[in-house]
Design a protein around this ligand. Structure first.
Ligand code: AMP
Length: 248
């Protein structure tokens, strides 16, 4: 299977995925770390195909909430922060993920993309996993310089309907401005505007980059150079995971 039904993750609450993932091989529990624009979403899609684990993006949860009709005051305030490129406060994010904790116990494993982003979130994640008798297998730390990140973010266009991602230079849609999957008009994420990009890169450097120390101390960190083609980056990752899998 190449994609996952993410209903439980995207909607939270009582929502359940229509299809439970098949029990195949090992259930990988992985965090994708790295600055905005480094390609975590693309790697999550490729890794899902390769490992079967479900891609769990907190950014997708927030964007899905924005497109929904009703949002409470805390979430409405959080969505304002998303548009400006600021981090959503830990209290809100922890509630959002806690409400979806069942996805961390999914028998297919998971690929967390965009969570944790602060030390407080990392500590909470470890506690939730420990309470279920599990732990992370790896934290993939994708690395790329700021100039390349800005180029990737400013050329990105997304489909507001099906969330497909394109890039004006590297992955243009077949018909200019229209989604290949559902033909909706592509848009630029508000947080991919130049002012918000600067805020996001600063938030990453201040709040998220220090997580590498936390995970290195716990023997979970894997540095992945993210400058090549997505398939090369994937191959590097799979080599490392295969070596780790054979040791586990
Ligand atoms: P992403 O799609 O991962 O780039 O996330 C988009 C935006 O959602 C971020 O710039 C933040 O405003 C917000 N966000 C997503 N995940 C988190 C998180 N774990 N902690 C704080 N803010 C988050």
């Amino acid at each position: 299977m190449t994609t996952r039904d993410r209903t439980a993750w995207l909607q939270g609450g009582d929502a359940r995925c229509a299809h439970a993932p098949p029990r195949v091989g090992r259930a990988w529990r992985i965090v994708l770390l790295g600055p905005p624009g480094v390609g975590k979403g693309a790697q999550a899609r490729l890794l899902t195909r390769a490992l079967g684990a479900c891609p769990l993006s907190t950014g997708d949860v927030l964007r899905t909430a924005r497109n929904g009709r009703s949002t409470g005051p805390a979430l409405a305030e959080a969505l304002g922060r998303v548009a400006r490129g600021e981090l959503v406060p830990d209290l809100v994010m922890l509630e959002v993920v806690h409400e979806r904790r069942q996805c961390l116990d999914c028998r297919g494993g998971f690929l967390l993309d965009g969570f944790p982003r602060t030390l407080g979130q990392a500590v909470a994640l470890d506690a939730w996993l420990a309470a279920s008798g599990t732990e992370l297998d790896a934290v993939l730390d994708y690395q790329l310089d700021d100039a390349a990140l800005v180029a990737r973010l400013s050329g990105r266009r997304i489909c507001p309907r099906c969330q497909a991602v394109f890039h004006l230079q590297h992955h243009p849609p077949r018909r200019a401005g229209l989604c290949d999957e559902c033909e909706s008009e592509l848009v630029q994420r508000p947080d991919d505007e130049p002012a918000a990009i600067a805020v996001r890169l600063r938030a990453f450097a201040e709040a998220t980059a220090p997580l590498t120390g936390y995970y290195r101390e716990r023997g979970r960190l894997v540095a992945i150079p993210a400058g090549g083609a997505p398939t090369e980056i994937l191959a590097h990752t799979l080599d490392w995971l295969a070596a780790r899998g054979s040791r586990a």
